[in-house]
Design a binder for this molecule. Structure first.
Ligand code: HEC
Length: 303
């Protein structure tokens, strides 16, 4: 039996001790009554910083790699996991993606402005502060939704979150302007804390017919190999997970962080949420707060 199924009950860390049993089969039919108060969307009794520290401690107990390498994804440590090399015939490589993104970033709108008009410093360092809590909207804004807000402001059509070639490439370009800089996602004030708490809830809640929480794998089984129909996949630690996006799939399709959330929810047999849903924006906010202080990395291949 894989470790993440057996160690769940004896988890010592604060966060993981909140991993909740799901009485329903899917995430969307969640029964609020079954969830212990500590991990509902009520503000958690621990701070985001305490969560971060306890997750790091729990991961370190099992996974010896230095924390700077945690954002390199599962393939970086899993022996026998081969990453499909980029840059071969017909494969899109990171530079191609960035060139497409730069072109879209510099494209002139019908009003003569371009994307740079919406972000400070021509977009430099912008990605270090996303996702962020917008106190006017009283909601979490991801980098992708900020890109769409910019387009709408200038009467341009928004881009679908699934449109990897455009949204994926623009977000890859914008993130590339922050590579090497530390992520700085803060949870400030009660409204932001309640968004964070809701993200934390989805991270710690057991989901799907496999009855596993995100934390079951990405905290308790970090550094292990997940065998999926004979395919070996490395399970990377939750801390650092928001830093190297989008991922480039074999063949060149781009995978956003929230598309990865969908893959993982399907993996445990749960009905995934929509890209750009409140649930995923909050989950992303939670994970980014946990990765704060670590440097943003370039887009990289999937496993
Ligand atoms: C059964 C174990 C398991 C569970 C539960 C799980 N994941 Fe994953 N996750 C994986 C594996 C394996 C990968 C490797 C990439 C792939 O092929 O999907 C991965 C990859 C990821 C990544 C990409 C970074 C990386 O390389 O690790 C993110 C982000 C992520 N998962 C988030 C989540 C979230 C959020 C949840 C809860 C909704 C979740 N995962 C639940 C196994 C799991």
């Amino acid at each position: 039996m894989p470790v993440y199924k057996t160690v769940l009950l004896v988890a010592a860390c604060l966060l993981v001790s909140g991993v909740a049993a799901n009485t329903n089969a899917t995430a969307t039919t969640a029964n609020a009554k079954a969830i212990p108060a500590a991990i509902t969307s009520a503000p958690p009794s621990v701070t985001p910083e305490q969560d971060r520290v306890s997750m790091i401690a729990a991961i370190r107990r099992r996974f010896p790699a230095p924390i700077e390498d945690w954002s390199l994804g599962g393939a970086s440590f899993a022996p026998g996991v081969a990453v499909v090399p980029l840059g071969g015939a017909n494969a899109t490589n990171v530079n191609d993606v960035l060139a497409i993104g730069k072109k879209a970033w510099e494209r002139k709108f019908r009003n003569g402005k371009s994307m740079a008009a919406c972000f400070p410093n021509g977009g430099r360092l912008v990605a270090t502060t996303y996702p962020q809590f917008d106190s006017q909207k009283q909601a979490v804004v991801t980098l992708e939704s900020a890109i769409n807000a910019c387009l709408l402001l200038h009467q341009e059509p928004p881009i679908g979150f699934r449109d990897g070639l455009t949204m994926g490439a623009i977000s890859a370009y914008l993130r590339s302007l922050s590579v090497g800089q530390k992520l700085n996602v803060r949870v400030t004030g009660p409204a932001a804390l309640s968004e964070y708490a809701s993200g934390r809830h989805w991270f710690t809640r057991k989901l799907g017919h496999q009855d596993l929480a995100c934390a079951s794998c990405h905290v308790l089984a970090a550094g292990q190999i997940h065998d999926e129909n004979g395919r070996k996949l490395g399970i990377a630690p939750a801390v650092g997970q928001t830093l190297a996006w989008p991922r480039i799939e074999p063949g060149g399709a781009l995978r956003s962080l929230q598309q990865q959330f969908q893959i993982c929810m399907r993996r445990v047999g749960a009905e995934p949420f929509e890209l750009g849903s409140l649930e995923y924006d909050r989950l992303e906010f939670f994970l980014a707060a946990a990765s704060t202080g670590l440097p943003i990395r370039p887009a990289m291949p999937t496993q």
